[in-house]
Design a protein around this ligand. Sequence first.
Ligand SMILES: [Zn+2]
Length: 376
Amino acid sequence: MTQKFDFHVTATDGAARTGRIHTPRGEIRTPAFMPVGTAATVKAMLPESVRATGADILLGNTYHLMLRPTAERIDRLGGLHRFMNWDRPILTDSGGFQVMSLAALRKLTEEGVRFKSHIDGSSHFLTPERSMEIQRLLGSDIVMCFDECPALPATDAEVARSMALSMRWAQRSRDAFGDRPGHALFGIMQGGVTRELREESALALRAIGFDGYAIGGLAVGEGQEAMFGVLDYAPGMLPEDKPRYLMGVGKPDDIVGAVERGVDMMDCVLPSRSGRTGQAFTRRGVVNLRNARHMDDPRPLDEQCTCPACRSYSRAYLHHVLRSQEIIASMLLTWHNLHYYQELMAGLRGAISEGRLAAFVAAFHAQRAMGDIEPV
Ligand SMILES: [Zn+2]
């Protein structure tokens, strides 16, 4: 475990890049999509099935794991990789974002955030130092700085105050993380949709120095146009030789637009969560399999897709198991959606390395514009 964490860009096309992150637990091909394994599981999937879709790395949630089963227990049981049977890289978030969105009775101070668990009402105090300790106990390969993401809508003054606090917490996270060969610490840029604040945040993070840089505070309800507006300049404010991670994104067209603008890593619950509600992502857009039009349809969801749901089952079957609330519905549709996302990432990587990203993106949008196949 002495091997280094490092990143190499192997090709660029416009602002987009493709490359590889090397970690002692394996390689991450970028641009990378990270499925979300909130409670030490990607819901409805075995880890080997997640790997079979093409995922190189998973995301785990500090907030959920610290409350249940607790980081100390996971540490005693050999760390998160062994606990959940995933031996490849894991990125953990800092807990900050979910404390703000899920916990009750939050009290924010310079020191940290005091809150009550949404599970059992127990009291907890999360600080940059405690977040670093929890992520170390989990055995995370990529650790995120503890930060604050202000709830929207927020005034410029509120966004500025919050960003400045996050930059002080970034320094404390860096100090508490220490020197851990083979493990990476990522800083998180904040600043809302204000260019000057993003610039200020980038400068503060670069002065501290991180192994990678996340663009935080987006995909929180600002809309795609505003998000792309920030992504037109924010990646360029970060070091070229470090990975750039856009947190919590997104829909397939968000991902394509982010990659075009120079983002290397993303994560989102959308493919897995939508799978459990009957929404399937396909090259021809979103298909809602709960819809009665699929009831007598013997065709696969997507005849070009090689996932188990498309290879061996009809739309009629998927519709039936969804309507019957059978567990296999979640299993098959989550697999399909994760497969679709990873295939999209592979397509983007190939297009960037061959200098044909513009044509790939044009074909992506043209296929989606066609809409789903005609009903039977
Ligand atoms: Zn499929």
